[in-house]
Design a protein around this ligand. Structure first.
Ligand SMILES: Nc1ncnc2c1ncn2[C@@H]1O[C@H](COP(=O)(O)OP(=O)(O)OP(=O)(O)O)[C@@H](O)[C@H]1O
Length: 310
């Protein structure tokens, strides 16, 4: 038996231009059957554009995109892929039961409705019209629709945006169960927490390029930092103390340094004689660390190390 799983997604040096702007600037990505990949990046990074190439909604300006070894536009390919419509795309007058049946009718071998209803807790909603659902319920239905065709691959663009904590958790549970059952998932998010909950591999994309591709543990580890704020020193001074620090300066001279080792940083800060005041230290959220990292326009050294497996 072949030990290496075949790639079901193969993106090779894909460029997508809108006029002169390259939304994707040479992206290569391979995803194996059953993998769960988190696609992380700031606004405008190119995540949705990449998904649109995978769905066949757009064609690359150059480079190639193949799904299941074929063209994303081929009907045999499309029926193996599920995706989530925007909640606003749900037909308001149709009942949830009718929408599920309508979408299922387009697939050769749809998932059993009962199983889907249980997985996404849609039972109480079946007789309701989509237009009468709450935002969270619409989102849950929209994500469930991605699985109606019993797909081998599901593409989810920020699946839990706008949901409260409980709704978010229950949707994550449902998605994890689907993934455990063998469905490959590519999920985009701005939120590292969402990616942490779902993905085993993380691809960070920024300015249309892949800047990191590694295991969840390696990427999360590489961006966990402490947040040190202070007044009286500038970013250049901080860089001189810790060249790896990520800095930002707010109004009124409050400087934030995201550092890997806050104890060592503060010892060096004191030893340097810098006239700092109002020093505070707290754990940086992963979100902050990630944003700081992408604001630099390239992977931090730690992330590069993670990519190299060190
Ligand atoms: N149809 C379009 N016409 C022109 N520019 C576009 C179009 N679609 C996307 N872009 C641009 O391409 C870049 C990538 O957009 P994309 O929507 O893929 O980013 P994203 O990572 O999904 O962002 P977000 O997290 O905000 O959804 C952005 O600069 C965006 O303005």
């Amino acid at each position: 038996m072949n030990a290496k799983p075949a790639s079901i997604v193969e993106v090779d040096d894909a460029v997508k231009r809108f006029g002169r702007h390259a939304a994707l600037d040479g992206v290569s990505l391979a995803v194996a059957a059953g993998e769960c990949v988190g696609l992380l990046g700031p606004n405008g990074a190119g995540k949705t554009t990449l998904l649109s190439l995978l769905l066949g909604l757009r064609s690359p300006t150059s480079g190639t995109v193949r799904l299941f070894g074929g063209d994303p536009l081929d009907v045999r390919t499309r029926t193996r892929v599920g995706s989530t419509p925007q909640a606003s795309a749900l037909p308001e007058a149709l009942k949830v039961r009718e929408v599920l049946d309508y979408v299922a009718a387009h697939y050769p071998q749809p998932a059993a409705r009962n199983e889907l209803v249980d997985a996404f807790d849609l039972g109480p909603l079946l007789g309701k019209q989509c237009g009468s659902l709450s935002g969270g319920q619409q989102r849950r239905l929209a994500v469930a629709l991605a699985f109606v065709g019993d797909p081998d691959l599901v593409l989810l663009d920020e699946p839990t945006t706008g949901l409260d904590v409980d709704a978010r958790r229950s949707l994550w549970d449902a998605l994890r169960a689907k993934h455990r059952a063998g469905c490959a998932v590519i999920v985009t998010s701005h939120h590292l927490e969402e990616i942490e909950q779902l993905a085993e591999r993380v691809v960070v994309i920024d300015h249309g390029r892949v800047i990191t591709d590694g295991t969840l543990a390696s990427v999360v580890g590489s961006v966990s930092r402490r947040r040190v704020t202070m007044r009286g020193v500038d970013a250049a001074r901080i860089q001189a103390i810790d060249a790896d620090a990520l800095t930002e300066t707010a109004d009124a001279g409050l400087v934030t340094a995201l550092v890997r080792d806050s104890d060592a940083f503060i010892r060096s800060l004191v030893a340097s004689g810098a006239p700092f005041t109002d020093l505070t230290v707290r754990g940086a959220t992963l979100e902050e660390a990630f944003l700081a990292m992408t604001q630099h326009g390239e992977a931090s050294p730690a992330v590069k190390n993670a990519q190299n497996g060190s």
